[in-house]
Design a protein. Sequence first.
Length: 360
Amino acid sequence: MDRAVCLADYEILARKCLQHMAYEYVVGGAADEITLQANRQAFDRIRLEQRVLVDVSKIDTRLTLFGQQLEFPIVLAPTAFHCLIQTEGELATVRGANAAEITLVVSSLANVTIEAIAAEATRPLWFQLYVQPDRGFTRALVQRAEAAGYQTICVTVDTPVFGARNREARAQLKFPTGMEPVNLRGLELQHGTGWIGSGVGDIYSPVLDAALTWKDIEWLRSFVQIPVVLKGITVAEDAEIAVKAGVDGLIVSNHGARNLDTSPATIDTLPRVVATVAGRIPVMMDGGVRRGTDVLKALALGADAVQIGRPYLFGLAVNGSDGVKQVVDILRREFEMAMALTGRTSLAEIDESVLWRDTI
Ligand SMILES: Cc1cc2nc3c(=O)[nH]c(=O)nc-3n(C[C@H](O)[C@H](O)[C@H](O)COP(=O)(O)O)c2cc1C
C-alpha cells in the first residue's frame, strides 16, 4: 500500500516506520486487550439509518464548546512522549493540528515545554493534567498553562496507577536517555523514573498520584481560571458527583483501554453518563473512534464531541505534521459524508433517530 486512504491504513504504514517498541507503546492496551477490542467492536455493532431526499448540499459541523468555536466535533486527545514517534515531537503535532483546524490537548507528559508548543499554536490548546503528589508543583504547572494561553484543563482521573501494559513490557519499552517529560522538571520523583510503567517492586508511577480524590477536584476548581474537564469518567455515579463538584465538562474515556482491562467499551457507557448529566455540562468521549460514522454514532448517543488518540500518532509517525493533518482531514470528511448520507445538515439534527432502531 503506498497511499493511506483511511485511518486504519495509517496504522499499517506506521508499523513499518516506527521502532518496534514505539509501535507497541502506541497500539497496545492493558492486559488481554479485551477492552481495546470492545472499544472498536461496540462501534461496529451499531447500525445507521440512511435517510434520502433531504437537501444536504450544505453541511455545518461547527459547534461551541466552553466558549470556544470548533470547526467540527473532533479533538486530538492527550498522548505522551511524541518524540518517541517523531523527532520534533509535539511541535510537529501542533503544526499538524493548526493546519487541520483542530484543537490539541497537550499531555502532562509531553516532551516539549508547554510554552514552546503554545508559541507554535494558531488555535486554542487544552492542557491535560496528571495531578502530582506535590500539589504546589501541580498548581504552578496549571498556572503555567494558563499563562501560556491554554484554554481548558483536562484532569485525567482514571489513572491512579497504570494498567498491566504487557505489550510494553514484552517490547522492553525504554525511553531513550534525554527523552523526558520536560514539563515535570523540578519534581522530586518517588518510585523511580520509569515514567510510564510502574516502579520496580510496586504498582505506583512516579508521575501519578494514587491518592487523588474528589477533594482535589474541589481544590483545583478553587483556583483554576479556565474550564476544568474530567477525563476518564465512565459510570453514572461518578458523573453525578462530577457535576455537583462544579466541573465544566466530562470526557467518557477508558484511557484508550490502557488501564482497566475488561471494563466496557466507552461508546456503551456513554448513554448512561449522558442521561445522568442531562445536558448540565458538555460530555465528550474517546476510545476506538476510527471512522466518520463513529463520530456520528457518538453524537447520536449524546456526545458533544469526540477525541482521537492513536490515529493521529500514526499520522505523525508516517508523515510528521502533514500526517496529523491528513488523518484529521480524512476523519472530518468521512463525518461530513456520514451526515449527508443520513440526511443531517447540522449537529443539532443528530440524535438517536440516526441509529437503526434494532441496534440500540
Ligand atoms: C500512546 C498513548 C499515550 C497516551 N498518553 C496519555 C496521557 O499522557 N494522558 C492522558 O490523559 N491520556 C493518554 N492517553 C489516552 C488518550 O488520551 C485517549 O484516551 C485514548 O488514546 C483514546 O483512545 P483511541 O486511541 O482509541 O482513540 C494515551 C493514549 C495513547 C495511545
